[in-house]
Design a binder for this molecule. Structure first.
Ligand SMILES: Nc1nc2c(c(=O)[nH]1)N[C@H]1C(S)=C(S)[C@@H](COP(=O)(O)O)O[C@H]1N2
Ligand SMILES: [Mo]
Length: 179
């Protein structure tokens, strides 16, 4: 089903604030910080060894195009949340290796996946290798590519597009495009 104001297209458009970062996978770490009992970090291999989920999450870009039926595979965000035990956290600030960031309400984040694969293959570099946060029901700018940091916070902070006027939550079904 298409959310209000969206049209379906076949393929993703690659949209970045700059070019994809260089990735040194042996030194890659996903760092979990902020209001958590257990500050943790995970290497790429550690993430691959965790329980993997496979889910179809449609993509809805705030520009209006949607790609339905993309299959994502990786670690359920809920599993990361239980390992790190956030306390009084309302948002996560996602940070990416290209300098990008975005804020996601924790209730939506918990339904997401830290994707290592897209349509059965390692995520192509232009779509976020090694790890991409994919968050259902939110516009695709909330799905940070090249993810390296998840900070749990009790207060909202702007990420890259939020600073430019895009919505705090960004729910596609409520058409929350701009603040
Ligand atoms: N790290 C990072 N993640 C990002 C972006 C970015 O520039 N850097 N752009 C966002 C925006 S605005 C969109 S529409 C989608 C585009 O994803 P795609 O290139 O895989 O289609 O990625 C989102 N995640
Ligand atoms: Mo976008």
């Amino acid at each position: 089903m298409l959310p209000p104001g969206q049209y379906e297209v076949e393929r993703l458009k690659v949209l970045n604030i700059s070019s994809p970062p260089d990735i040194d996978i042996s030194n890659y770490r996903l760092k979990i910080t902020g209001n958590v009992k257990n500050v943790s970090e995970f290497s790429y291999n550690e993430l691959m060894k965790m329980n993997q989920v496979r889910v179809k999450i449609p993509v809805h870009c705030v520009e209006g195009w949607s790609v339905l039926g993309i299959e994502w595979e990786g670690v359920a965000a809920r599993d990361i949340v239980s390992v790190c035990s956030p306390e009084s956290a309302e948002f996560v600030l996602l940070r990416s290796l290209d300098g990008y960031s975005t804020s996601v309400p924790i209730e939506y984040f918990k339904r997401g996946v830290l994707a290592l694969k897209m349509n059965g293959k390692t995520i192509p570099i232009e779509h976020g290798f090694p790890v991409r946060a994919v968050i259902p029901d939110l516009y695709f700018w909330k799905s940070a590519k090249w993810l390296y940091g998840i900070e749990f916070t009790s207060t909202y902070r702007d990420g890259f597009w939020e600073k430019k006027g895009y919505h705090v939550t960004g729910d596609v079904w409520l058409e929350q495009r701009r603040k």
